[in-house]
Write a protein that binds this ligand. Structure first.
Ligand SMILES: [Zn+2]
Length: 199
């Protein structure tokens, strides 16, 4: 999946979750529920406080890390834009750090970032051809090397001709455009840019 698919579909999932946990978003200054409370209370707090800007960042985080690293900076070593940040090890580490931060400070932003990255990995369908990467290092310490000649050209070609690529991209574009129109109509563009919340 490419940029708009990842960002738009993940954003749609975040908006749907906020709909499920309908109500006023809690302010960043509002304290989280006591640790003794049930999981549902904590999930509700995290979703209501969820900064959609962080979610969108999480939706691209695996690519933000791996594409420059594996396709540019260390291209001769990896020759692959899906490496460390596309592994379950990365996702589990990020999630555990998120839970640790939430328990310690009552701040859910790192959990939201991990959730966005989890959706990215789902959207990439890594089990389909990239299982070795997903399960790294269980199936070997080295990542596979890919054929990356004319990378941009082949992506563009897929975007134009492969339904598995262009359908999610257009869905993502529709979500982003829909949210933008909604925010413009309600004159909430500035506040969304400032706090990433959505009432
Ligand atoms: Zn990816």
């Amino acid at each position: 999946m490419l940029l708009f698919g990842h960002v738009g579909i993940t954003l749609g999932a975040g908006l749907a979750l906020k709909k499920v946990y309908a109500g006023q978003p809690v302010q960043a200054s509002e304290a989280s529920p006591p640790l003794g409370q049930g999981l549902a209370a904590h999930l509700s707090y995290i979703v209501k406080q969820m900064d959609l800007r962080i979610l969108m960042l999480g939706a691209m985080l695996p690519d933000i890390i791996d594409k420059p690293l594996g396709q540019v900076i260390l291209k001769s070593t990896f020759m692959n834009g899906r490496i460390f940040a596309h592994t379950l090890v990365f996702l589990i580490t990020l999630s555990l750090l998120g839970v640790w931060l939430y328990r310690r400070r009552g701040s859910g932003w790192l959990i939201v970032l991990a959730f966005g990255s989890a959706l990215h990995m789902l959207e990439d369908s890594l089990w389909n051809g990239f299982l070795r990467t997903l399960l790294w290092p269980i199936r070997g310490i080295r990542f596979e090397r890919l054929e990356l000649d004319n990378y941009v050209g082949s992506l563009w070609d897929e975007f134009l001709h492969a339904p598995a690529v262009y359908v999610p991209e257009w869905i993502g574009i529709a979500v982003i455009v829909g949210l933008s129109i909604f925010l413009i109509r309600r004159k909430e563009v500035r506040s969304f840019i400032r706090n990433g919340l959505f009432v």
